[in-house]
Design a protein around this ligand. Structure first.
Ligand SMILES: [Zn+2]
Ligand SMILES: [Zn+2]
Length: 153
């Protein structure tokens, strides 16, 4: 071990031009350790690491880290934003329409922007974000059961 996780994380923050604070280090570690966490779960993780931090401070830090490219924000239509530390690889997401379960889907083509727009409107497109939607295995087995139209016992 040459560097503790906190040291490496602080270096990433500094490298992105951000001021290093204990809360930001804790936040980035929480997001990286988690799996597409929502804001509440991230706030809980930050509090576990550094004690009380306001939800407002968590939102502000998430905004700064997202803008700096250290954290990626995923906004599935109709559900709360999620955040992840896997950035820069142009991967996509599949979201369950019923329970909101979310998983990574690797880039279909292997390089950005992955999808070629039928009309680029003159933009130099370098990224395509795709959200696949459907039912996760747990929800699709529930919905195909013959009792799905009646209320659960
Ligand atoms: Zn589901
Ligand atoms: Zn992801």
């Amino acid at each position: 071990m040459t560097a503790s996780p906190s040291t490496a994380t602080a270096k990433d923050l500094r490298g992105a031009g951000l001021r290093v604070t204990a809360a930001r280090v804790a936040l980035l570690e929480t997001v990286r350790a988690g799996d597409h966490l929502g804001v509440e779960a991230i706030a809980a993780g930050v509090r576990d690491r550094v004690g009380h931090v306001s939800l407002q401070a968590v939102y502000e830090a998430l905004h700064a880290l997202t803008a700096a490219g250290l954290v990626r924000r995923i906004q599935p239509p109709g559900s709360p934003a999620r955040f992840e530390g896997r950035v820069g690889d142009n991967h996509h997401h599949v979201v369950c329409r019923s329970c909101g379960a979310l998983a990574d889907v690797d880039c279909a083509v292997g390089e950005a922007p992955c999808l070629t727009a039928s009309d680029d409107h003159g933009f130099a497109i370098d990224e395509a974000e795709v959200i696949y939607r459907g039912l996760c295995p747990a929800c699709s087995s529930t919905s195909t059961s013959p009792t799905s139209t009646s209320p659960a016992p």
